[in-house]
Ligand binder design. Structure first.
Ligand SMILES: [Mg+2]
Length: 368
């Protein structure tokens, strides 16, 4: 298969409601979309970098720069047997996993379309339905949080994840746990705590959470070892895991018991699959985290989540939770049982809505 052209677009998409974490408050997304022409097929990928480098070192602007200056010249005109050949072609560029994943995931969609297969089957997925959870941002008041949790539980979501930060942790978590003693509940700190907050984190053990996600620094693998050793609640790593080798180190050091896999953070489907397989071999469950994706990124997350060790509900939820109108047809919907039915059409299984994408596009570059 020959890599023929790339169309890179930046779209601006306003969230229905602002999303607040310990790092940031997001009201509008700046999203890069890649449309990669492989033989006769066009594959779509989405860049999951944020508008600023607060979650990871990349942002929308650095990804545009890295893709157009370095990654595209490494791919253009190349012949590949499979999308798994993309990662080695980009190896000379260190890091910049989100920029790489933008093109790599587009190539997977294209390959699946060339082969007339749903992407999830090409990836070796086995689930025809995936369990869904939601991530709820930090709220001003416990009343607001309670209303948000009730709304998501009423919609059927199987797991509630609360974003926490110092001062917005024990009280809201205890309140929600008391109201709902039986739900699957977890928390995500996005690196808001320090090693000497161990005593505070230990108090969260009382609420039998599924996990505490990324309590310490984004690159502090070693610090999490001591935290996990002293907590009953499983630690889940998100920000710390950018590579297969970091996943391997985290597992062998005992830094976590669960890993959150995000396509952009680890560089695309090939690396996500390697980390998935490694975790399966070591009996660590994984799940798919969210990056406030539009429909294209969401569709890739669904395909990835069909692999067997994605055994915990992910943050892949309905389009309508985030957007007035998504950029794909049909939109992603969640059943009253809190599941997404995996699409059967070739590739990502959803059609990019070009008309809608055009109206949202702020810049566009066609590269051959
Ligand atoms: Mg997280």
């Amino acid at each position: 298969m020959q890599i023929r052209s790339l169309t890179l677009r930046e779209i601006h998409l306003k969230l229905l409601t602002p999303f607040e974490t310990s790092m940031d408050r997001v009201t509008e997304r700046r999203i890069l979309l890649a449309e990669l022409n492989l033989d006769s097929a066009f594959g779509w990928g989405e860049c999951t970098a944020g508008e600023n480098p607060f979650y990871s070192p990349e942002d929308t602007q650095t990804c545009w720069h890295i893709i157009t200056t370095y990654l595209w010249p490494m791919l253009k005109g190349k012949s590949i047997d499979s999308a798994s050949d993309i990662w080695p072609l980009l190896e000379q560029v260190r890091g910049h996993t989100m920029a790489k994943a933008t093109l790599e995931t587009a190539a997977w969609d294209a390959e699946a379309k060339v082969k007339n297969l749903p992407l999830w089957k090409l990836l070796g997925g086995t689930r025809e339905e995936i369990p869904c959870g939601v991530s709820i941002g930090i709220k001003e008041t416990v009343e607001e949080l309670t209303a948000a949790v009730k709304k998501e539980l009423d919609s059927g979501y199987q797991r509630i994840k609360l974003k926490i930060k110092p001062g917005k942790d024990l009280v809201p978590v205890q309140h929600i746990r008391n109201l709902y003693p039986r739900i699957k509940l977890s928390v995500d700190a996005n690196s808001a705590y320090r090693a000497d907050d161990l005593h505070l984190l230990q108090q969260l053990d009382a609420f039998y959470l599924m996990m505490i996600e990324q309590p310490l620094g984004w690159d502090d693998l070693f610090g999490h070892v001591a935290i996990q050793k002293n907590l009953q609640t499983p630690v889940c790593l998100d920000e710390c895991i950018h590579t297969y080798e970091q996943a391997e180190a985290a597992i062998s050091l005992g830094a976590c018991k669960i890993i959150n896999v995000k396509l952009g953070r680890v560089g695309g489907h090939l690396q996500a699959k390697r980390i998935h397989d490694l975790c399966a071999k070591n009996s660590l469950p994984v799940w798919c985290g969210g990056m406030l994706e539009s429909g294209v990124g969401r569709a890739h997350n669904i395909a990835m989540s069909t692999q067997s060790n994605f055994s915990l509900p992910g943050d892949v939820s309905a389009s309508a939770r985030y957007w007035h109108q998504d950029i794909i047809t049909p939109e992603v919907t969640v059943s009253p049982e809190g599941t997404i039915t995996v699409p059967t059409a070739p590739g990502i299984g959803f059609l990019p809505n070009l008309k809608r994408i055009d109206t949202l596009t702020t810049r566009k570059l066609h590269l051959t």
